[in-house]
Structures are given as C-alpha cells and as structure tokens.
Design a protein around this ligand. Sequence first.
Ligand SMILES: O=c1ccn([C@H]2C[C@H](O)[C@@H](COP(=O)(O)OP(=O)(O)OP(=O)(O)O)O2)c(=O)[nH]1
Length: 147
Amino acid sequence: MKKAQIRIKKLREDAVVPTYGSPYAAGADLYACLEEEQVVSPGQTVMFHTGIAMEIPEGYAGLIFARSGLASKRGLAPANKVGVVDSDYRGEFMIALHNHSDVPQTVLPGERIAQMVITPVLAAEFLQVEELEETQRGSGGFGSTGR
Ligand SMILES: O=c1ccn([C@H]2C[C@H](O)[C@@H](COP(=O)(O)OP(=O)(O)OP(=O)(O)O)O2)c(=O)[nH]1
C-alpha cells in the first residue's frame, strides 16, 4: 500500500511514534506517554499525553477513535467519542480517556490507548438557498425506513 509521509515531532523523550497493527490497518495506534502508571477511576476522565505532534496534510483530518478491545474489555474510551485533529494543529495529541466500567482501570506507560484514522475532509462553503433538491428519502430519518 502506498503510504503518505507525515512529519511528526516527539515533544517528550519517551514518546512513541504511532504504529499500524497490521499492513492494512486503517487506524494508527496512539501510545500513552506517562512517567508512571495512571489509574482512571470509574466514571472519571483523565487527559493523557501522547508526547507527539504532527503535520496532518491540508485537506485531511486525524480522527481519534477508541480501540475496540480497550473499550469493550476495560471500558476505556475517549470521552469526546471521536477526537478531531485539524490539519493546522501543531500541538500535542491528547486523549481524554473516560472509564465507563465500574472498577478502577490502570493505564501503563507506553500502552496503546486510542487509534487515529487520517481521512480526507471536504472544506465546505455553505450557500443558503430557499429550496433543496428533492430525493426519494426526503426528510425521513431516525428509523423512518422501519426495521
Ligand atoms: O481528542 C482530541 C481532540 C482534539 N485534539 C486537538 C487537535 C484539534 O485540532 C484541537 C482542537 O480540537 P477541537 O476543535 O475538537 O476543540 P474545541 O473544543 O472545539 O476547541 P478549539 O476552540 O480549540 O477548536 O485539539 C486532540 O489533541 N485530541
């Protein structure tokens, strides 16, 4: 698979550059940059450092998603559900992990805590109009097509 080169900077000595878990993985795993293990209490949200900043190309965004295993087995997932990283963002990638389980969860230094998909985004210019083009669906939504 042809890969785009993305410039990345370590902001902390022990930061880990994101990695893809398999050759065709869509999401690159993001690593917690911690000096010591961090406990996340039930119902608590903790902001985790990744220690990295990068240049997402113009016309793209980084979407930060939960890792399914971490979320389903330990209840740890981003508090903001999906993090959106703008291409002009040059700050540190941060991950606000929320503990949805009912027991304390320990995150270890260097643990993979989320994954980032880099995806094209369309920059829109919103043109206000009086009528929108008709479609078969029309304004039906929220289960309008039945089960
Ligand atoms: O999970 C996340 C979400 C965002 N960001 C960074 C990258 C993004 O470009 C910036 C701003 O994110 P967002 O637009 O979601 O923040 P906001 O709450 O709307 O504040 P702002 O006024 O800074 O845009 O924060 C992260 O590091 N992790």
